[in-house]
Design a protein around this ligand. Structure first.
Ligand code: GDP
Ligand code: MG
Length: 162
C-alpha cells in the first residue's frame, strides 16, 4: 500500500497547484476561480524511488452551504482516507477564521498533519509564517508551489516519517 497524502485547505490557497507539482500531472484543474475542484482527485507521484498517492480536494470555507457543503464533505472524506494531511494555508492573506476551523478538525481527526504555508514567494518569510504558529499544528513549512519551491523537501520530510 502506498502512503496517501490529502491536500486540505480553503479554496484558492494553491492545493491544485501543489497537486500538479507532486504528481507531475496537469490533471487537477487549476484556476483563478476559487473552489473550482469540486471533487476529490487522486494522483500518483514519486520522489527518488518512493511512490505515494495524493488527494486533491475542493476546499473548506468554514461556512458551508450548497456547493461549499459538498466541497467540505469531500475534504473531510479525503482526510479519513489519508495517512497524512498537508494543510495548506496562504502566506499572503495570513491566518483567517476558516483556517482555524480546519485546524480544529484536523486536531480532532488525529491524523498526522503538516502545516504548509504556500505563496511565500515575494513575501518576507518570517512575516508570512509568524501568524500560523498559533494554529498549534507544529512548525509551519514554507513553500511556493507555483515556483516549485520547498515542494521536494516537503514530500521527502513527510515520507521519512512513515
Ligand atoms: P486551490 O483552490 O487551493 O486548488 O488553488 P489553485 O491551485 O487553483 O491556485 C489558486 C491561485 O493561486 C492560482 O491563481 C495559482 O496560480 C495561485 N498560486 C498557487 N501557488 C502559488 C504560489 O506559490 N505563489 C503564488 N504567488 N501564487 C500561487
Ligand atoms: Mg483546486
Amino acid at each position: 500500500m502506498l502512503p496517501v497524502i490529502a491536500l486540505v485547505g480553503r479554496p484558492n490557497v494553491g492545493k491544485s497547484t501543489l497537486f500538479n507539482r507532486l504528481t507531475k500531472s496537469r490533471d487537477a484543474l487549476v484556476a483563478d476561480m476559487p473552489g473550482v475542484t469540486r471533487d476529490r482527485k487522486y494522483g500518483e507521484g514519486k520522489t527518488g524511488d518512493r511512490a505515494y498517492i495524493v488527494i486533491d480536494t475542493g476546499g473548506i470555507t468554514g461556512d458551508e452551504q450548497g456547493i461549499d457543503f459538498e466541497m467540505a464533505r469531500q475534504s473531510l472524506q479525503a482526510i479519513e482516507e489519508a495517512d497524512a494531511v498537508f494543510f495548506i494555508v496562504d502566506g499572503r492573506s495570513g491566518l483567517i477564521p476558516a483556517d482555524e476551523m480546519i485546524a480544529d478538525h484536523l486536531r480532532r481527526s488525529g491524523k498526522t498533519a503538516y502545516l504548509v504555508v504556500n505563496k511565500t514567494d515575494g513575501t518576507d518569510p518570517d512575516v508570512a509564517m509568524s501568524d500560523f504558529h498559533t494554529l498549534g499544528l507544529g512548525e509551519p513549512i514554507p513553500i511556493a508551489a507555483a515556483h516549485n519551491r520547498g515542494v521536494r523537501s516537503l514530500i521527502d520530510t513527510s515520507l521519512a516519517d512513515f
